[in-house]
Design a protein around this ligand. Structure first.
Ligand code: NAD
Ligand code: UDP
Length: 310
């Protein structure tokens, strides 16, 4: 039975990936220090003997006795609010944490997967973003702790591939949402849904003309699975190219929740990207992958899962 190690397993994406790998017949060892994740995301796996949780900060080295076939490195704060609160931890997990996860994969002769991000493109001057665009990142701005950590993580992954022949994969993930996101993790999807369900104003940053493209979690995890099976070492965009403005997104959430919450304008965060949309031609041709769940359907499922929690 293949063994997968997931760093960041107690997080939003890590817990969904754990479920998918168990369904595919893997054993899963989940590492997490719970800085932004929660054991509640894994509570449904109590008694599952193919899953083991290890509470560990991956910026410290780790050793496992088992043979490992796959290392999936997801550990990192991911919401701007979280990484602005933990900038040094974010830089450490992207650098030292990635180094340790790569070291584990090398030791075990395992395949390695890096959860990278569309933030590598920064505030993009090319639209939509293709993998061969090098990005427009402010290296010293408040978001740099995340952007530069991920860019370093990609560089280190490629260096391990080129120097040690490690079998590596890099997914550049665009905004993804779904059940198990933290209600108030600061990202726009849980923020707006929680605000709308609670009857509070929806906090619109700036005039809301900035755009994003949202992917439902099940589609993304399917992309992860396909990418791990494919033969490709360079970065691959995974996301939903369906782009809309944040103001339109707020209106959509109000409509889907039948909420009368007003929109309340707040200052735009520094270096908040003006546009973001993945070009997924590479994923389409290489992985035969594209998102299947449209925004309305994905949001309905997400809103349902949030209802009991607000
Ligand atoms: P999340 O915050 O829910 O999950 C991250 C997990 O990593 C948490 O459980 C956290 O406790 C854990 N973690 C952080 N630092 C750690 C450390 N030093 N040691 C051990 N565990 C640690 O966020 P998510 O949305 O699930 O994101 C998962 C990964 O995907 C991240 O690497 C993120 O950068 C990447 N990503 C996510 C999105 C998205 O839209 N969800 C977009 C781009 C990239
Ligand atoms: N945003 C907003 N209101 C909020 C939270 C976020 O208008 O309460 C905006 C944010 O400024 C950005 C977009 O929504 O333009 C997406 O933000 P998020 O934090 O979800 O992710 P990002 O794409 O910036 O990493």
């Amino acid at each position: 039975m293949p063994i997968s190690v997931i760093t960041g397993a107690a997080g939003f994406l890590g817990s969904h990936l754990t479920d998918r790998l168990l369904a595919e017949g893997h054993r899963v060892i989940g590492l997490d220090n719970l800085i932004t994740g929660s054991l509640a995301n894994l509570a449904h796996l109590d008694g599952e003997e193919r899953f083991r949780f290890v509470r560990h900060d991956v910026t410290q080295p780790f050793f496992l006795p088992e043979e490992v076939g796959f290392v999936w490195h997801l550990a990192s704060p991911a919401s701007p609010v979280d990484y602005l609160e933990h900038p040094i931890q974010t830089l450490k997990v992207g650098s030292l944490g990635t180094h340790h996860a790569l070291g584990l994969a090398r030791e075990k002769k395992a395949r390695f997967f890096l959860a990278s991000t569309s933030e590598c493109y920064g505030d993009p001057l090319v639209h939509p973003q293709r993998e061969d665009y090098w990005g427009n990142v402010n290296p010293v701005g408040p978001r740099s702790c995340y952007d530069e950590a991920k860019r370093f993580a990609e560089a280190l992954t490629m260096a391990y591939h080129r120097t040690h022949g490690l079998d590596t994969r890099i997914a550049r993930i665009f905004n993804t949402y779904g059940p198990r996101m933290r209600l108030r993790d600061g990202r726009v999807v849980p923020n707006f849904i929680a605000q709308a369900l609670a009857g509070e104003p929806l906090t619109l940053h700036g005039d809301g003309s900035q755009t994003r493209s949202f992917c439902y979690v099940d589609d993304l995890i399917d992309g992860f699975w396909r990418l791990m099976q494919a033969d490709c070492h360079g970065p691959v965009n995974l996301g939903n190219p369906d782009e809309l403005s944040i103001r339109d997104f707020a209106e959509k959430i109000r409509a889907l929740t039948a909420s009368r919450s007003p929109l309340e304008q707040r200052p735009r965060p520094v270096d908040d990207p003006a546009v973001r949309r993945p070009d997924i031609a590479l994923a389409r041709s290489l992985l035969d992958w594209e998102p299947r769940i449209d925004l309305d359907e994905g949001l309905r499922r997400t809103i349902e899962s949030f209802r009991g929690r607000v």
